[in-house]
Design a protein around this ligand. Structure first.
Ligand code: SAH
Length: 191
């Protein structure tokens, strides 16, 4: 349905707008450690293709029409709800992480360990967004080529990145990060 495509692209643009100021400060910052591996570059490219390029081809051409599927309307609306939650978490995480955000694994001059706001409950709210958006994608982009691939790439990205990120944070911040890990969950809060 057209409405679900429109919701998908609106959320996509809103994410770019939320991130824009942080992207700007990231470019201006001095990096003191960079762990950008080849695997990570491949993962970031895969994410761009699976959440951007393939849904774009699906939305503006008829090339993938042979692989369309059709879900009941309520499932599409569930996708809208999940994507709205993803955006809320995304906005809150950026507001809390501030200029400590980076697209790949990096540490900046003056990097501070954030343990407040949404980070007081979970260590990886931006990856929660990734999971939620990955789940919403096949509900909104109802096509076997451009829909489920978002979730597959989100899962790959998460599992290949999260351990390396926590290792880097432990090496940089030491015991305070270890303490922080004890008190918080990764993507689900600890009760
Ligand atoms: N994993 C986090 C952050 C993603 S952005 C999330 O899902 O919200 C990735 C960068 O954020 C990493 O390179 C690291 O430098 C930084 N980072 C991650 N957790 C942080 C924290 N608690 N405080 C400060 N910087 C953090």
């Amino acid at each position: 349905m057209l409405i679900f495509k429109l919701v998908y692209w609106t959320a996509f643009i809103v994410e770019i707008i939320i991130r824009a100021p942080f992207q700007k400060s990231y470019q201006a910052s001095t990096k003191t450690a960079q762990r950008t591996s080849r695997t990570e570059q491949i993962l970031l490219t895969l994410l761009t293709v699976s959440t951007g390029l393939l849904p774009l081809i699906y939305s503006v051409t008829k090339w993938f029409n042979f692989a369309n599927y059709s879900l009941p309307a309520w499932i599409g609306w569930l996708g809208v709800l999940i994507l709205a939650c993803a955006l809320l978490v995304f906005a809150r995480a950026h507001a809390d992480l501030k200029t400590n955000w980076s697209p790949s694994l990096e540490i900046f001059e003056g990097h501070t360990l954030i343990t407040n706001g949404i980070y007081a409950h979970i260590r990886h709210p931006m990856y929660v967004t990734l999971w939620l958006a990955g789940i919403a994608q096949p509900l909104l982009i109802q096509n076997w080529i451009a829909g489920p691939i978002g979730l597959v790439c989100a899962a790959l990205f998460y599992f290949l990145r999260v351990d390396a990120e926590e290792k880097m944070m432990l090496e940089t911040f030491g015991d305070p990060y270890l303490e922080y890990m004890k008190k918080t969950g990764g993507i689900i809060p600890k009760f």
